[in-house]
Design a protein around this ligand. Sequence first.
Ligand code: ZN
Length: 299
Amino acid sequence: MKTTAPKRPLVGAHFSVSGGLHKALESASEYGCTAMQIFTANARTWKPKKLTADDIDAFAAGCEQTGIKEIASHTAYLINLAAPDPTVHERSCAALKEELNRSTALSIPYVVLHPGSHKDSGMDVGMEKITDSIRRIFDEVSSCTARLLLETTAGQGSGIGHTFEQIAEMLEKIGMPEKTGVCLDTSHIFAAGYDIRTPKTYERTLAEFDRIVGLDQLSVIHINDSKSDFGSRVDRHEHIGYGKIGIDAFGCIMCDPRLSKIPKILETPNPKGEKDWDKINLQTLLSLTSRAKCSKDRS
Ligand SMILES: [Zn+2]
């Protein structure tokens, strides 16, 4: 009987780049990850970050050595393409442009963006501003090879992107399917009111995503449990199986053949001096992918 070697599941976490961008690849590899996420610049300041030739070379060598290709760069939290304030908007556009350029230089395939917050300018005005800005930015960085992923949000405050309809509308208005995609965050969609707690609700939510956005648009999953309640619209991540979503949902995701090629990246806190939560969460996710578990879940 012909057998094929089992493929390793595409799982990873967000890793620190302190000591150099390539250090994150070393950490990811030590944890046995096949995917990872990083910030290529400080996520909480506007300070521009220029890459040196050494940064780029070390990162390329790290990718080669570790074999990790499924890499996402998360944009700075300050970026708000829907900002009514012209200064904030201008800085946001400049920062996203820089991010796309850095990710292209590092051959990072995905750039994850929180679409933005309209403040009090209204949802339609905000979405228009986001899609116009992205179209213009792509015109200015025509050599960009990174795919820009709109992340589903929890819908805190005036945050945009908490319904699948909003995500679909923005992708359509940008009108550049070869350059865009979606990052689905499990804790955000749960807080936004999409239930995934049981196999039945999981199937319903995935079908809804497929119908409205399209599974072919999905490039990355942020795999987090949620500290906050279903439909609370509060964005608070929790360790896998310890939150309000619960372990069953993650079993559904890890065993779903439709998602086997989508990198699943943890964004849960891993503070020094505590238990190694990245290790624990990764082990939990991998334990859900054993053949017996997956076939049981599907029966
Ligand atoms: Zn996320």
